[in-house]
Design a protein. Sequence first.
Length: 144
Amino acid sequence: MKKNRAPDLTHEHIATVLDTLDIWRGKLTWGLLLDKLEAVWGHRYSRFTLASYAEVANAFTHRKDALRGALPVLRGTPADERIRAALEQAERFKAKAERLEAENNLLLERFVTWANNAENRGVTMDMLNKPLPKPDRDRSKRAK
């Protein structure tokens, strides 16, 4: 019997994966992440499919490192629901900020590489800053 193929991953799927990683607590493995995402989407993707997206692979590694280095929290949880919700939201925002900072650092490294390669090949800043050409939207009308 042929297995049904899961639909292609969209930007919304990737955003869901990143949000899930931002709020992840406890042990993190690809299998556990895939189980959680299967419960959300109703489709199972492979580890290799998710890891082929650089932002997912980097976020997974960053979160796993953060969880590995985290000491167990010994403080009690607040009794007030609003305070608990605010603390959880603050934790999510902190995790997302750390992930975005790591992603930004990777993009800055890539930019430095591109700038160096462009300079080595004689590409000037004026050439790099030249605006993109306007699309010729009337092209098909003139072809007749």
